[in-house]
Write a protein that binds this ligand. Structure first.
Ligand code: HEM
Length: 459
């Protein structure tokens, strides 16, 4: 006998009450991950959150935690689902019109033009520079006498150099202090403005607005300075970095190239989107390896055996399945750098068994879905074996890079850069984490909120 469940109304979606004046907004701004986790525990796979005052002035936002609902949201993007409303405008105000801030025809044109630059084959061409930077950071930046190192700081340095060199060829170390200051500041200002209930237009000179505009000017001046270094080069001349590829990229359908401003905005986006996320993924992976010596030794042995058998690091890093890659994937399951994404129902839809009206914001959370006990037994346990051999869970039970048409364009790049680094560290050092847990900020993306100490002892 089959039973069909009635589709619930929007009002019937369960969820926390929140306060009469603000709903869950204050708690959510303070500690979004706890709010998301608790809502799943207490209300299940589909939850509605009240934001703002009760009644017509407030709004209800839904979060969908089941992999099938995540699949629907991600694969319906561009049809019945659009970009999250709150963050996109602010992001555009800060870093212009690019892959992450456009929708519809404009986004499609940009994505078509950029996609060929990020296929696994094109990305593999950056392996040599990743290997060189991984060697550099593990030889030059780790003290010889195995003092404690701040993993996060080290990984920020590595990921900035890798993204920077891939984008611009030239070493951008001289701009690193400015970038290290500006990128977190930019993220923070974006979050602050996104979560501001009343947003005065940017020309109004409030202290927050002034900081926003000043930071944007600094960021643009910096990126223009870096881009100017390569302006004089003829396209394709002895270089194959992403900026050169952007300059020569053509829309396969129309043959159109990107304007100078578009090149700048995409470059800025890639710096922003690729640098901190990759560093966070690596920091947590190293921390977890440093607290699981048995797994760490096995991963080091596997890398060592591969190299002894005549393989090289680049080749090992490109293998689809390896223990090192599995450790990385498992740590991004537990600590997804992008722990939540925001979407918008552009039509009335049925999601997770409930009617969701057009105009409703929809949250997905890799953090919660990747801990769903139906798909991840003992969800809190670090077990890289989950990513080895046959895997029978739904595709969207794991979604650190999103999915569907807007799937992260840098996925292959990030996975390769991170795998290369982990191998380089494992080959040279035994890692011992000093802290049991890593505490983090949840502003925007996940980011450790203080140094992540470990000892790296030479093997
Ligand atoms: C571990 C590292 C990374 C993680 C976890 C990550 C995660 C994500 C996620 C979850 C999305 C989808 C966002 C949404 O649906 O709203 C996304 C989109 C995007 N990511 Fe990444 N990312 C990483 C690295 C990178 C790198 C290295 C680059 C560039 C070189 C990059 C560029 C982008 C861009 C341009 C988009 C927007 C794609 C579109 O909407 O068409 N990311 N990323």
């Amino acid at each position: 006998m089959t039973t069909t469940r009635r589709t619930g109304t929007f009002d019937e979606v369960p969820g926390p009450q929140g306060s009469a004046l603000a709903g869950v907004a204050p708690e959510f701004l303070r500690d979004p991950i706890s709010v998301l986790e608790r809502s799943f525990r207490e209300h299940g796979e589909m939850v509605a959150f009240p934001f703002g005052p009760k009644g017509k002035l407030g709004k209800r936002v839904v979060a969908a935690y089941h992999p099938d609902a995540a699949q629907q949201v991600l694969t319906q993007t561009e049809r019945t689902i659009g970009r999250g409303p709150a963050s996109t405008q602010v992001l555009e105000d800060m870093i212009g019109r690019n892959l992450m801030t456009t929708d519809g025809a404009e986004w499609r044109r940009q994505r078509r033009t950029l996609q060929p630059l990020f296929t696994p084959r094109r990305v593999a061409e950056y392996t040599a520079l990743m290997v060189a930077e991984a060697e550099r950071v593990t030889t030059e930046d780790v003290p010889a006498d195995a003092e404690r190192v701040d993993l996060h700081r080290l990984m920020l340095r590595y990921s900035l150099r890798v993204v920077g060199r891939a984008l611009f060829s030239g070493d951008i170390d001289d701009t690193a202090p400015d970038l290290h200051r500006l990128i977190p500041l930019t993220n923070e200002l974006i979050i602050r403005r996104t979560t501001q209930l009343v947003k005065p237009p940017l020309p109004v000179p409030t202290p927050r607005n002034r900081a926003f505009v000043r930071t944007r000017q600094e960021l643009y001046a910096l990126i223009d300075r870096i881009l100017a270094r390569t302006d004089h080069l003829a396209a394709g001349q002895e270089r194959d970095d992403i900026v050169t590829r952007l300059r020569t990229a053509r829309d396969p359908e129309t043959g159109e190239g990107l304007s100078r401003q578009e090149i700048r905005d995409q470059t800025l986006l890639m710096m922003m989107a690729g640098h901190e996320t990759t560093a966070t993924a690596l920091t947590f992976a190293l921390h977890l390896l440093g607290s699981h010596p048995g797994v760490q030794q096995k991963a080091a042995d596997e890398t060592g055996a591969f190299l002894r058998d005549g393989g090289d690091l680049a080749e090992y890093a490109q293998r689809r399945e390896s223990l090192v890659r599995a450790c990385l994937l498992e740590s991004m399951r537990l600590y997804p750098p992008v722990y939540m994404t925001e979407h918008l129902a552009t039509e009335d839809i049925v999601l997770g068994g409930y009617q969701v009206p057009r105009g409703t914001a929809v949250f997905l959370s890799p953090w919660v879905t990747q801990r769903h006990p139906d798909f991840w037994p003992e969800p809190e346990r670090f077990d890289p074996g989950r990513f080895l051999g046959e895997q029978s869970r739904p595709r969207y039970a794991y979604l650190p890079f999103g999915g569907g048409p807007h799937v992260c364009i840098g996925e292959h790049f990030a996975l390769l850069a991170a795998t290369v680094l982990l191998e380089a560290v494992l080959r040279r050092f035994r890692i011992t984490s000093e802290d049991d847990t890593v505490t983090f900020q949840q502003t925007g993306n996940l980011r450790p909120d203080k140094p992540v100490w470990a000892r790296l002892v030479r093997r």
